[in-house]
Write a protein that binds this ligand. Structure first.
Ligand code: ZN
Ligand code: ZN
Length: 130
């Protein structure tokens, strides 16, 4: 699988995930991604590689030893890692390929925003309405 940032400066490859895609609703993920929840999956370090633009990477150490890597040009969050762990956390929504995984779960819904609404009756548009 291949992924990239919004501006295309950085590309990465990931061979396989070790578990489900988890839509994490925790406050840290919400702030880090600026989204209501963040879709993440873990991969062994040797199954993840930067393919292009590594010099454009920047990171924020949100907790001691936890690095959140993002593109210094466009800001896309791409991967996070605990330096002492053997797996990295991939921001699955930045994949350009369909993730090779069929398990999805929601976690940390105790941190859900009050306005996050799963109701299927919400108005939906195939693109932005005029
Ligand atoms: Zn970028
Ligand atoms: Zn989280």
């Amino acid at each position: 699988m291949k992924g990239s940032c919004l501006c295309g400066a950085i590309e990465y490859g990931v061979d396989a995930f070790t578990g489900p895609v988890r839509h994490c609703h925790c406050q840290s993920c919400r702030k880090a991604q600026a989204t209501a929840f963040s879709s993440n999956a873990r991969a062994f370090r040797n199954h993840f590689r930067w393919l292009k633009g590594k010099e454009k990477l920047s990171h924020f150490e949100s907790s001691p030893g936890k690095l959140r890597h993002f593109c210094s040009n466009c800001g896309s969050p791409l991967m996070a890692e605990w330096l002492h762990e053997g797996q990295v956390i991939v921001r699955v929504a930045t994949l350009d390929d369909v993730p090779h995984i069929d398990a999805f779960e929601h976690i940390w819904i105790s941190h859900d925003l009050d306005w996050l609404n799963y109701d299927a009756s919400l108005k939906s548009f195939s693109e932005a309405p005029q």
